[in-house]
Design a protein around this ligand. Structure first.
Ligand SMILES: [Zn+2]
Length: 100
């Protein structure tokens, strides 16, 4: 009997919970050093994952988890931008039909 293909498990850098990759939002540092929210999870680069929950993002920011996970030094501006990008990504996840 064949086993079902395992879904990759990733750890949220905010709360430390391990979850199915699809339940988490990926933050990626691209090759040019730009840090961005990656809702598709397909962007090349070093990634960190948080739950689809702004509270986990904030916890990760407070503990500077992105800095160590992505080997960057995020400025307040970057964090503000990422928070907005995450909010956009979450609203897409919340409304799969993407109706405007
Ligand atoms: Zn979390």
């Amino acid at each position: 009997m064949k086993r079902a293909r395992k879904t990759p498990v990733r750890t949220c850098v905010g709360c430390g919970r391990g979850a199915d990759k699809r339940e988490l939002v990926r933050i990626v540092r691209t090759a040019d050093g730009h840090v961005t929210v990656d809702p598709t999870g397909k962007e090349a680069g070093r990634g960190a994952y948080v739950c689809a929950d702004a509270a986990c993002f904030e916890a990760a920011v407070r503990r500077r988890r992105f800095d160590s996970a992505l080997r960057v030094s995020l400025k307040d501006d970057d964090i503000d931008r990422l928070a907005r990008e995450l909010k956009d990504a979450l609203s897409i996840l919340d409304s799969p039909r993407q109706g405007r």
